[in-house]
Ligand binder design. Structure first.
Ligand SMILES: C[S@@+](CC[C@H](N)C(=O)[O-])C[C@H]1O[C@@H](n2cnc3c(N)ncnc32)[C@H](O)[C@@H]1O
Length: 209
């Protein structure tokens, strides 16, 4: 975790960790919970990795009886995930780790999940390539992501506002995540537009067999 952008992202999330759940409480209840449920109902396999686990908002949706591993590069976010896991009695192995440099052997997991993460990973294609490496051939990668809207006016506004939002809140708002998934060499299986204009997407991809 040496490059400047990665260190900045890490300290940004360490800083916002105490307020993160509160900041998102309303939208979490109104829509995110439903989308998380939708994503997790599609996860297959016995050994699953969650990257960018944050404060552990996905923990309640983990399927019982599967072996879960979850990573994040912010110690402060992880602390909260740890507390949530204890409170909910969820069995998950939580580790401090950079998505861009995962410390797992090739083909370890049946599936990998990330929700609202690739908007803030400094090099998203590198991170997605790491997911491709650590899932088994044919394994799933499931993402819930806000992305750049593919409309001329809103799209260019998002491009312009991106540096400001990045500094204030942490994420990029101009990521083209579907394209990045393809660039990482993954096969797209399903893309569903969840918010108007395709602002939020459920993306299901697969490592080639
Ligand atoms: C917007 S939060 C989303 C948290 C959680 N997935 C959720 O749905 O609430 C993004 C998370 O990704 C983590 N993250 C960003 N870049 C990362 C990287 N390169 N390696 C590991 N974690 C990263 C941040 O620390 C943060 O916890």
């Amino acid at each position: 975790m040496e490059d400047k952008a990665t260190i900045q992202t890490q300290s940004r999330y360490n800083r916002i960790a105490p307020f993160y759940d509160l900041m998102e409480a309303i939208v979490e209840r109104l829509v995110f919970q439903r989308w998380r449920e939708m994503l997790w109902s599609r996860v297959r396999g016995e050994r699953v990795l969650e990257v960018g686990v944050g404060t552990g908002k996905n923990l309640p949706y983990y399927r019982q009886g599967i072996r879960m591993t979850a990573v994040d590069m912010s110690e402060r976010m992880l602390e909260r995930a740890r507390r949530r896991a204890q409170k909910l009695r969820i069995d998950v192995e939580l580790q401090l780790m950079d998505i861009q440099n995962l410390e797992f052997p090739d083909a370890t997991f049946d599936a990998a999940v990330a929700t609202f993460v690739f908007c803030s990973v400094p090099d998203p294609v590198l991170g997605l390539r790491e997911l491709e490496r650590v899932v088994k051939p044919g394994g799933q990668i499931l993402l819930l992501e806000h992305v750049r809207v593919n409309k001329p006016l809103i799209g260019s506004l998002m491009d312009r506002l991106d540096p400001l939002i990045l500094r204030l809140a942490g994420p990029h708002i101009k990521r083209r995540t579907v394209e990045n998934v393809k660039k990482a060499g993954l096969e797209i299986e399903w893309v569903e537009e969840l918010a108007p204009g395709g602002l939020v997407k459920l993306i299901i991809a697969r490592r080639a067999l």
